[in-house]
Design a protein around this ligand. Structure first.
Ligand code: NAD
Length: 246
């Protein structure tokens, strides 16, 4: 097992890509704390895991990620419960598709708050709690490399995630903390998976590998980056997009 004895926190861990990361980390022997936006959804996700494996070392939390002190407190709680902390995944994020003409300051603030500020908060809190050594992985997106035709705030926020990742890899490298990002392509989370086949097909046809990604495809990249297999990998934005950005 690649993460035996490690302890990880995954934000946005209640569903979609984050839930797949939680499942894969548990399969690889890690203790995992998943964060959701509300205590009830975090608990539901924990219950879903425990229903299949009652002994799974998993806990649920719902800190306000926009509040750095609350985020840090949550990480300290996890470290206390499992006897340490090794891996922090800043995965929670929202997307937007509003055209520029209709884009509002409120939408701008909303996406900056979660996709950028919370990621920075997570990195800062992680660096404080990890101390010396550890791993931070941020969720970026393929649109951080290619933009998108509407909803400029979303690709903008993911460009910022890449900037945070690369800069902090340089700043935290001397402390033995690796900082990387994963940039998923179109991934079959609830929203995409619910689309009818006739809508999925043209999307899949535009992807060199001719299919959309599965959450586990993306989660496997997190396992690699979190593990000692990636012991000399930092500052990398790893595309998991079926060749979409090649
Ligand atoms: P999802 O909507 O299925 O899950 C989002 C998660 O984020 C949930 O756990 C939710 O509780 C949490 N969340 C949402 N708002 C929050 C808030 N204000 N505070 C705390 N937590 C909050 O999303 P997903 O598709 O699994 O996306 C996960 C990450 O992957 C995001 O950063 C997203 O930008 C990125 N991404 C997704 C795709 C895709 O096609 N699904 C592609 C590229 C990148």
């Amino acid at each position: 097992m690649l993460l035996e004895g490690k302890t990880a926190v995954v934000t946005g861990g209640t569903r979609g890509i984050g839930f797949a990361i939680v499942q894969r980390f548990l399969e690889e022997g890690a203790n995992v704390a998943l964060c959701g936006s509300r205590p009830e959804t975090a608990q539901q996700a924990v219950d879903k895991i425990l229903a299949e494996n009652p002994d799974a070392p998993v806990m649920g939390l719902a800190p306000n990620l926009a509040d750095e002190a609350a985020f840090e407190q949550a990480l300290r709680e996890v470290a206390e419960r499992f006897g340490g902390l090794d891996i922090v995944c800043n995965n929670a994020g929202i997307s937007q598709s509003t055209p520029l003409d209709d884009y509002t300051p409120e939408e701008f603030d909303k996406i900056i708050s979660l996709n950028v500020k919370s990621v920075l908060n997570g990195c800062q809190a992680a660096a404080r709690v990890l101390g010396e050594g550890g791993v931070i992985i941020n969720t970026s997106s393929m649109v951080s490399k290619m933009g998108q035709p509407s909803g400029v705030g979303y690709p903008m926020s993911k460009f910022a995630v890449n900037g945070i990742t690369v800069s902090l890899a340089r700043e935290l490298g001397p402390r033995g903390i690796r900082v990387n990002a994963v940039a998923p392509g179109v991934t079959a989370t609830d929203m995409v998976a619910a689309l009818p086949e006739e809508m999925i097909k043209p999307i899949a046809d535009a992807i060199p590998m001719k299919r959309v990604g599965q959450p586990r495809d993306v989660a496997n990249a997190f396992v690699f980056l979190a593990s000692d297999l990636a012991s000399y990998v930092t500052g990398e934005v790893l595309s998991v997009d079926g060749g979409m950005t090649v």
